[in-house]
Design a protein around this ligand. Structure first.
Ligand code: 5RP
Ligand code: FE2
Length: 216
């Protein structure tokens, strides 16, 4: 299977989101990546349900929602209602990660777990068979436009090994500082889904940039 591209709307134009949504609908993007930040788990606040609902009214593609929030269990049903198709929580934000994953699946969403740059892949050993997605952060979460952390390649390889060892079907998604220089190496290391925010929306022709990332 060819890799998937999930542009992050965080770098879009919030005063004219419909333009970016239509561009993504017409582009080679596979998913819309939606970054929800609460100002507690990460030192930044992005947006919440009303924005997600508005995006959902116009998108033709799955919504890949990356929760950078504490206590995500409280909001799982609400994210489903707002249109999330894939719901990813941070391992560092969940005391009872297994329970959280089951609750997401109970709402008929795909369940993802994200790891901060400092969190070991081995932490997923006892949950890898239950999840649909591992989201490897290649920057510290909280902001778009940060520098890619080079250790990510090795981390993706370790995740790929863990998935294969346990017969898991989880996809590997990588998020933060992704561009056309590191994309080939990320795919070679085992990434299935590339998230890209500033590299796409900061380019002169976002649609062509998405196509270039897809054709890597
Ligand atoms: O989760 C995120 C930040 O916490 C974003 O998805 C990520 O940073 C994408 O933006 P960029 O490609 O500009 O790094
Ligand atoms: Fe993200």
């Amino acid at each position: 299977m060819s890799h998937l591209i999930a542009p992050s709307i965080l770098s879009g134009d919030f005063a004219n989101l419909i333009k970016d949504i239509e561009m993504l609908n017409n582009s080679d993007a596979d998913w819309f990546h939606i970054d929800v930040m609460d100002g507690v788990f990460v030192p930044n606040i992005s947006f919440g349900f009303p924005v997600l609902e508005a995006i959902n009214r116009h998108t033709l593609k799955p919504l890949d929602v990356h929760l950078m929030i504490v206590e995500p269990d409280k909001y799982i049903k609400q994210f489903k209602k707002a249109g999330a198709n894939i719901l990813t929580v941070h391992a560092e934000a969940c005391t009872h990660l297994h329970r959280t994953i089951q609750a997401i699946k109970q709402e008929d969403m795909s369940a993802g777990v994200s790891l901060n740059p400092h969190t070991a892949v081995n932490d997923l050993e006892d949950i890898i068979q239950d999840i649909d997605l591992v989201l490897i952060m290649s920057v510290n979460p909280g902001y778009g436009g940060q520098k890619f952390i080079e250790n990510t390649y090795r981390k993706i390889e370790r995740t790929r090994n863990l998935i294969e060892k346990n017969g898991s079907k989880a996809k590997i998604e990588v998020d933060g500082g992704v561009n056309l220089t590191n994309a080939p190496k990320l795919i070679e290391a085992g990434a299935d889904v590339l998230v890209a925010g500033s590299f796409v929306f900061g380019s002169d022709d976002p649609e062509a940039t998405i196509r270039a990332l897809k054709n890597v």
